[in-house]
Design a protein around this ligand. Structure first.
Ligand SMILES: Nc1ncnc2c1ncn2[C@@H]1O[C@H](COP(=O)(O)OP(=O)(O)O)[C@@H](O)[C@H]1O
Ligand SMILES: [Mg+2]
Length: 231
């Protein structure tokens, strides 16, 4: 479904990605691991179109989408749960979910009930402001908002960052469920080795703007991967 092919990415003169490749298949979770500052978020921005690539290509189902704006990628089925969640604090939960409607045709503009099954708290708090939710509830809202578009590719950037263990479990269950449905490819950026390993089918480890290790989950050797994660 997703094919990132040898991309470079720059912020001005500073190079954040060097020849990075990554694939993600429908019905699978691809975990991207690595320390802070190695380029994980830059890679996700390149995939969703928030940051242009200076070399290489991003392909979705064979189509080169490297030059498309984020909106056009969203219309092709890419949904993004950004690091830090970026929900709207003054909008209600319902309104936050509805901001996900933008790339949808009018007839598709409804919130799938499944989102409330995955995250019942969103239904309970539908008319509360986003800013009144806890960090973990906001993360569930950010995932719900992404699912409103019924994506073919779901990109999650550190969804467990700063979140309490019980909600991390809920989010893990939701990702497993979405994976098992077999309708979307999932790219999951994570810093926690065990959580990522338990959820993923394939993995890539980044360091200093490059992929330094990648492959199927079966080839994920804990000690080897942890070398890249420890400070
Ligand atoms: N908007 C930006 N402008 C300039 N440099 C940036 C910007 N965003 C990230 N960087 C730099 O790019 C590198 C990779 O950052 P990032 O992709 O956020 O890494 P990670 O998500 O792995 O922590 C870091 O050196 C960071 O300082
Ligand atoms: Mg990041």
């Amino acid at each position: 479904m997703l094919n990132v092919d040898a991309i470079d990415l720059h912020y001005g003169a500073a190079q954040a990605l060097r020849g990075v490749s990554l694939t993600a298949e429908v019905g699978q979770v691809t975990a991207v691991l690595g320390r802070n500052g190695v380029g994980k978020t830059s890679l996700m921005r390149a995939i969703v179109g928030q940051q242009p690539v200076s070399k290489g290509a991003v392909r979705l189902a064979g189509e080169d989408i490297s030059r498309l704006a984020p909106y056009d990628r969203a219309r092709r089925g890419i949904a993004f749960v950004p690091q830090g969640r970026e929900i709207f604090p003054l909008l209600t939960v319902k309104e936050n979910l509805e901001t996900g409607f933008a790339p949808l045709k009018r007839r598709d503009r409804h919130v799938p009930g499944e989102i409330y099954d995955l995250f019942p708290v969103l239904k309970d708090m539908l008319h509360r402001r986003g800013g009144d939710l806890s960090g973990g509830q906001q993360q569930q809202l950010a995932i719900g908002r992404a699912l409103v578009t019924r994506p073919r590719l779901l990109v999650l950037d550190e969804p467990t960052e700063g979140i309490q263990p019980s909600i991390i479990k809920d989010i893990g269950r939701a990702i497993s469920y979405l994976r098992s449905k077999g309708e979307m490819a999932i790219v999951l950026v994570e810093q926690y080795f065990e959580w990522a390993r338990d959820l993923c089918d394939a993995y890539a480890v980044m360091d200093r703007g490059q992929v330094v290790e990648a492959g199927p989950r079966s080839g994920m050797v804990e000690a080897q991967v942890r070398r890249w994660l420890s400070v």
